[in-house]
Design a protein around this ligand. Sequence first.
Ligand code: GRF
Length: 225
Amino acid sequence: MNAQPSRARLAVLISGRGRNLIALHEAIQAGHIAADLVCVLSNEPDAGGLRYARDTGLPAVVVPHRAFPDRATFDAAIAHALQAHRPDIIALAGFMRILTPAFVEAHAGRLLNIHPSLLPKHKGLHTHEAVLAAGDVEHGATVHFVTAQLDGGPAIIQGRFTVDPQDDAQALAARVLQQVELKIYPQAVAWMARGELAFDGGRTRFRGQPLDRPLGLDDLEPPFR
Ligand code: GRF
């Protein structure tokens, strides 16, 4: 019998409720992502996503950032905790710490993040408020490779929608999560697990071709639509 093609090993880093973690895990359980979720790591001991991990039997580890004197030692502790699980893909999912260049370089090409804006617009926090303040017509989210520049890595896929004049920041956050994030992140990780995405010289390669613009909701495969 042919050996099972080796499945990618996925680690997910969280700080909060872990709604993207849950979407990734459910897509794996449904057979839509050829990966195994080998570790959930949180910097917050009381993160809701940890409860989900423990309830569903996922290996969970807490690396509390407040216990470390600086970012470099915190990041070294994360790297140490992760290496035991040998992840091929590390997905930041609501992870609210800024990683050091040393950590990012050591994991270059395996580190993904989801950011709730149409990057490069609105890097950083409070993106929904920024969209309203700027009067943007469109809003959405971006999955990108992580580089040392905060929210600056090459995009992989974006999803967008037209901002409704009635929307306030809370409504936008919910729409970005439900209509975009929970679709594009599982899709991006599925492509990564199949070896169809690469971080190459600062650009994203998809199925061997450099992307000159991010993929979009139209590129979602059926299980993720
Ligand atoms: C998500 O809505 C996303 O915008 C960003 O962090 C927010 C909270 O995520 N990644 P979670 O519910 O803690 O996973």
